[in-house]
Design a protein around this ligand. Structure first.
Ligand SMILES: Cc1ncc(C[n+]2csc(CCO)c2C)c(N)n1
Length: 228
């Protein structure tokens, strides 16, 4: 079993909880509360900005052109392609994308971004990839699960979102990142492998927590409506 196959197996409990989450199920059923959707897009726009900056840190840790080229292309993929699923969600709630940009991250998204930043700043390139990999991997499997379970057609409100992640494009993003991590892990020490596993599991937890954050419209304590 490859290193990333092992990671997937060890974290299957969290993958299953993600597939069952009401926000994810709502995407499959074609119905998500507008407030939850708005909360998600606001946080995810800023999350993607942070993700690109982490690719930038990964470039600074790269030791060859091939790695630099890989991260450069992935950054471009976020800029040019990852906006399509966001547009699909914006159309659903009838809010212009621009209105959902530039908002501060709620606590869970803030934690997730800083967790990835931490591993990128203090760890090796392999550890950085360990923290990044659950992002494409969970979404690719969500897309695949929703295609299988709901067999959406073009009239489904989230057809674009589901097919974007369930189709081959997203599968390639995950496969490429896994390949890179598997290659680097071959020459990693046991302690480095442990750091990668810990970073991977926490990112899986934070993927699940991100859906929950959006679904519950999580806010910072000072912004919560019930304070007394
Ligand atoms: C919280 C959260 N997690 C994952 C994604 C999906 N995603 C973001 S960047 C990327 C490509 C990796 O190069 C993918 C698949 C998201 N939008 N928001």
């Amino acid at each position: 079993m490859s290193f990333t196959e092992q990671l997937r197996k060890e974290n299957d409990d969290i993958f299953q909880l993600i597939f069952e989450h009401p926000f994810v199920e709502g995407i499959g059923k074609g119905s998500v509360p507008n407030e939850a959707m708005e909360h998600y897009i606001k946080a995810d726009f800023e999350y993607l900005n942070a993700f690109m900056k982490i690719y930038g840190i990964a470039i600074s840790k790269s030791s060859n052109r091939d790695d630099i080229h890989y991260f450069f292309n992935k950054m471009k993929f976020i800029l040019d392609d990852e906006i399509h699923p966001h547009h699909n969600f914006c159309a659903y709630i009838g809010v212009p994308y621009e209105a959902l940009q530039g908002h501060p991250l709620p606590p869970t998204a803030d934690h997730y971004v800083k967790h990835m930043m931490y591993h990128a700043q203090t760890g090796t390139l392999a550890e950085t990839l360990g923290a990044l990999l659950p992002c494409p991997w969970t979404y690719q499997e969500i897309g695949k699960e929703l295609m299988k379970k709901y067999e959406p057609t073009e009239s489904h409100p989230f057809y674009q979102w589901i097919t974007f992640y369930g189709d081959t494009g997203a599968r390639n993003v995950t496969a490429e990142m896994r390949e890179r991590l598997d290659t680097l892990a071959e020459s990693s020490s046991p302690i480095e492998k442990q750091h990668i596993s810990e970073a991977f599991r926490k990112s899986c937890e934070l993927e699940l927590a991100f859906w929950e954050m959006a679904y519950t419209c999580e806010e910072w304590p000072s912004k919560r409506k019930v304070m007394k």
